[in-house]
Design a protein around this ligand. Structure first.
Ligand SMILES: [Zn+2]
Length: 440
């Protein structure tokens, strides 16, 4: 992954926020600095990575993030999904010690990370639904006993009495804000509770690092401002994925084309539709064509959803047909195709979903079926209640579908990143891409 030049940040308009305010801070990063130099801290992190994760070394992009986080500064990291975001803050959390708060928008995502950490012997806990005051007191004592503790919480927990009980007598050594685009109403998954993070971090006066996979320059600016980041380091890695091809299929009957495509694929696939009923209809259609497909949407009982997800993750079910309720926190390496039979409501949403293909670095395809039905269906879902901002985002999505120039350029331009000279990875640059993926 390539680190972008500071130009990206200039174009994002991010301004340094009152660096003088942070100068007098007594922070763990500073304290650690007096005990350990930068080099020693980084070597410590490498030892933690080897001992706990079993990896020989950080990838170059992770290394840059880790060095910055270890320095105990505020920061914003724009890293595509699959780039090893979690390790970039988990390892520094272990090096720093104490309790690190991780704000994350999705319970299943928190639980996955906590389970993974627990499997490595790292003390971590996710504050999800059923927690009472006794558990809070127990956690309060546990935090005091553990050299390192990662406490995951949804933004809605901020400012609650429960969190106050857990943290009584403790000051976190850092706050991590995962999926930080949710803080911006310009982002695509706006969660108003994210806006409370600022008061939390200011009351503790601890470093805060925000991470996201999708942020336009405007959203990046909003994240820094809303979190009140002080003189933040800013690292933006290129969105460009060399193994991921993009194509848009217009004016065809999506059914036969999708069946032809998926029949010829080894490995897993995700098909996204915009409605719950749609996922059921498509799953049935694919099954009738002899493909192993199941529907997944938020209207299904939790146990059923978990069973479907587990079956797909283990490869028992090759194709999952889902609404956008599926996928956050999913890291399955061998997804070859992400097909959209429903049109996403924004380029951010589409890219987040498309980016789930090809995490193993092998060739993968994102194909959008741009049919009149798909457009009508998305417009019906958005309804008359859509805000101007939502309509603008959808219009950008439609413009991208209608592009007659390189789709990579269009995508990178939207996210304020420099375009490659040569693409060879989209149907505008290589019209034979669809044919290459379709079974004869
Ligand atoms: Zn192209």
């Amino acid at each position: 992954m390539r680190l972008l030049s500071p130009r990206w940040w200039r174009s994002s308009g991010v301004r340094l926020v009152g660096s003088g305010r942070g100068a007098g801070r007594q922070r763990l990063g500073d304290a650690a600095g007096s005990l350990e130099g930068e080099k020693e801290r980084y070597e410590h992190a490498q030892r933690v990575l080897r001992a706990v994760w079993g990896y020989p070394d950080f990838r170059p992009d992770q290394a840059r993030v880790v060095r910055h986080v270890l320095a105990g500064k505020d920061g914003l990291v724009l890293m595509p999904t699959g780039g090893g975001k979690s390790i970039s803050f988990q390892v520094p959390a272990l090096v720093r010690g104490g309790v690190t708060l991780v704000v994350s928008p999705l319970i299943s995502l928190m639980q996955d990370q906590v389970a993974t950490l627990a499997g490595k012997g790292v003390a971590a806990f996710a504050l999800s639904g059923r927690i009472d005051v006794r558990v809070a007191h127990f956690l309060n004592r546990r935090i005091a006993q553990e050299p390192t503790f990662l406490l995951y919480l949804a933004p809605e927990r901020i400012g609650t009495a429960l969190l106050a009980t857990i943290m009584k007598g403790h000051t976190p050594t850092g706050i991590i804000v995962d999926e930080a685009h949710c803080i911006s109403s310009w982002g695509h998954d706006f969660r108003p509770a994210y806006r409370h993070i600022r008061s939390l971090r200011e009351s503790w006066n601890v470093p805060c690092v925000a991470l996201t996979a999708t942020a336009t320059p405007r959203v990046a600016r909003d994240i820094c401002k809303t979190l009140g980041l002080v003189d933040p380091f800013r690292l933006a890695f290129s969105f460009r994925r060399k193994n991921l091809s993009f194509a848009v299929e217009k004016g065809v009957d999506a059914g036969p084309a999708l069946i032809r495509l998926l029949s010829g694929i080894n490995g897993s696939s995700i098909v996204y539709d915009s409605s719950r009923e749609g996922t059921e209809v498509w799953a049935e259609k694919l099954r009738r064509a002899g493909l192993r497909a199941t529907a997944y949407h938020a209207g299904m009982p939790t146990e059923r959803r978990e069973a479907v997800q587990a079956g797909w993750l283990k490869g028992r079910m090759r194709i999952i047909v889902a609404t956008n309720a599926f996928g956050m926190g999913i890291d399955k390496p061998d997804v070859r195709v992400v097909a959209h039979v429903g049109i996403p409501d924004s380029l951010e949403a589409w890219y987040q979903e498309a980016g789930r293909a090809g995490r193993d670095g092998r060739p993968a395809l994102s194909l959008v079926f741009d049919t009149p039905d798909a457009r009508t269906s998305r417009r019906a879902i958005m309804g008359s209640g859509a805000t101007r901002r939502q309509r603008r985002k959808f219009a950008a999505m439609i413009r991208w579908l209608e592009r007659d120039a390189c789709r990579n350029w269009g995508l990178l331009g939207y996210f304020g990143q420099a375009a490659p000279d040569r693409c060879e990875r989209c149907d505008q640059c290589r019209p034979d891409i669809r044919q290459r993926w379709m079974a004869p």
